[in-house]
Design a protein around this ligand. Structure first.
Ligand code: ZN
Length: 273
């Protein structure tokens, strides 16, 4: 297993960095926003009028796409950045350079847009290319939209959680989804109002495969709650041994995971709230 090479997972990058962020970062002034998910305007490549369309939910995986009706330009965030940087269409080297640029400047961190001295060095990477540390920094644990939730900003900070101003969790409380060893594999969004769905997940993150709070479980009694927010409240109240499933319906495989966790961490019993 090599960890030395600097690999970027293009699909993960496209899920993490929105088309909106890429447009703002590249600076395409002739594009006008036509709807929350669509921009239209002059083509930066053929200069055609009103023939260039960008969507934040288009493309094969609904992660964003652009298209010109007058010239062959079209593709995803990475292709857009590559073309803007002057590379030929569908150029693998250009695409790699563009992906690297987007990853380093924008990945998961809306704030990176305004940070001019973003480190050019590859950050400590997961195989997925998701930089949890940078993403956590882009979150706002003290945001006023969170005041009604009943959890202190300090607690949110301790959990690397906070209000998301941008990205897939925008307008929601972004909560880390971690493995048993504490590795954050992504962020889910919990509503901060009384709307549904309660939780949203980025593409590629299967809620069935995770138990919230799993990394903080120790021996003794284990508590199971229905809402990740209740895990945070319990933590704040001094009860770290609280977990939550991330689906409404619980499959047997999830119970098996929980049972295995209880064995492993020597939790003698489970109380359900
Ligand atoms: Zn064009």
């Amino acid at each position: 297993m090599s960890t030395a090479s600097y690999k970027i997972d293009f699909d993960e990058l496209k899920r993490t960095v929105s088309m909106e962020q890429v447009i703002a970062y590249l600076g395409l002034p002739r594009l006008k926003q036509r709807s929350p998910k669509q921009w239209k305007g002059a083509c930066p490549f053929c200069n055609g009028v009103d023939c260039f369309v960008v969507t934040s939910d288009g493309g094969r995986d609904k992660t964003g796409a652009f298209n010109c009706f007058k010239c062959p330009a079209g593709g995803d965030q990475i292709e857009l950045a590559s073309l803007v940087r002057g590379n030929p269409r569908k150029d693998p080297n250009g695409a790699y350079a563009a992906a690297k640029e987007l990853y380093e400047k924008l990945c998961a961190a809306g704030e990176a847009l305004t940070r001019s001295n973003a480190s050019p060095q590859p950050r400590r990477e997961r195989r997925s290319g998701f930089d949890a540390e940078a993403y956590a920094k882009s979150l706002d644990p003290g945001h006023e939209a969170l005041t009604g939730l009943g959890v202190d900003a300090e607690t949110l900070r301790a959990w690397s959680a906070g209000y998301a101003n941008s990205g897939v969790n925008r307008g929601r409380l972004a909560l880390p989804v971690a493995t048993k060893d504490g590795t954050i594999v992504g962020y889910m969004g919990r509503t901060v109002k009384d709307d549904t769905p309660l939780l949203t997940f980025p593409n590629g993150l299967d809620p069935q495969e995770h138990i919230f709070g799993v990394d903080k479980v120790g021996s003794g009694q284990l508590f199971l709650v229905r809402d990740p927010l209740d895990v945070l409240k319990a933590f704040e109240a001094g009860c770290g041994n609280t977990v939550c499933f991330l689906t409404e319906d619980i499959k047997s495989i999830q119970l098996e995971c929980l049972a295995a966790l209880m064995d492993e961490r020597q939790c003698e019993s489970l109380s359900f709230f």
